[in-house]
Write a protein that binds this ligand. Sequence first.
Ligand code: 3PG
Ligand code: MG
Length: 396
Amino acid sequence: MKNISDISLKGKRVLIRVDFNVPLDKHFKITDDSRIKAALPTIKKVITEGGKAIIMSHLGRPKNGFEEKFSLKHILKHLSNLLKAEVGFSDDCIGENTLTDISKMENGDILVLENLRFYSQEKAGDNEFAKKLSKLGDIYVNDAFGTAHRAHASTSIIANYFPNNKYFGLLLNNEINSLETALKNPKRPFTAIIGGAKITGKIDVITSLLDKVDNLIIGGGMAYTFSKAIGGNIGNSLLENDKVELAKSLITDAKAKGVQLLLPSDSVNANEFNNNAIIQNSEITNIPDGFIGLDIGSDSISRFSKVILDSKTIIWNGPMGVFEMDNFSNGTKKIGEAVCRATKNGAFSLVGGGDSVAAVKQFNFAEKVSYISTGGGAMLEYLEGKKLPGVTAIQD
Ligand code: 3PG
Ligand code: MG
């Protein structure tokens, strides 16, 4: 993989696509800066080697045109603090004014451009827009793993204008290497833990993982549709009625492929979606009417943990329960602990997806897993075996 370690950056205008699509609260304070922190090594490398770092990103999903709440100016101060360096801002991302701002940069300077998605041409993958962006740099670097599954102007189309000067940033390079560690010749047993609310959105990854893993652990809201598929009573739990047949066929496929599919055996239930609700435990196939399953129970935790502790490669996407509420966080926490222990014993563990990463941080597991991905959708698509436009654009 061609990455920026291979080239001289001195004096060059290095146009870096990052994914600074970070969550902001209503006072525009960043509530999770992982993606920004993960992009620092590339930015630091460019400036310490005397390049000019021109940073472009999207933030949120603006309609078309400027929207205050999606302005990238909200992240400047934080970025500057993290880098311990001054950070300039251009209030556009193409055109004369931005070119002028760039022409004033000195070696080692940093300039952030305004949100790319204020132009609808960004998401449309518009060629003319990509061409305008390409005028801003001598070298193009893609470090936006979180957006690598989008064929947008700044992530993919732009690379056509840098046939000999396009590179992976250090973050994107690490992300791909970590995924490849898991997918190519994984040390076995190889276990995938898939959780989260819904099967929808995870079908392709589950299907594709059935060809790769030895064990597939299912938890979270989606487990209740699986319980229904095996004839369980799930009370008022989340049910994707149109996915029951699919869940049945995934169970059959797993068997045919020799994959151990582990569903939760028990469930922590509540009479309403509320931390202070009346709580009771039951088998996952025997949830009383009027109750909602919100976490995996202790029997599931010990069955899952045993498999995890025996594993040598682990991929984790999606929480086991509603971990944001104290009373339903135990399953996710205990499964996280098992992943950390397995890692300590030498397993390679890769965690991705917004919710599971938030959980890993909430329980302070971040330092105890092998790699935390900055990608949600991008990681899933990579695991599905899809080509990511942001990656192929640099490779081709
Ligand atoms: C993300 O957070 O999923 C990425 O930044 C991509 O954003 P998108 O889902 O709005 O394309
Ligand atoms: Mg997304």
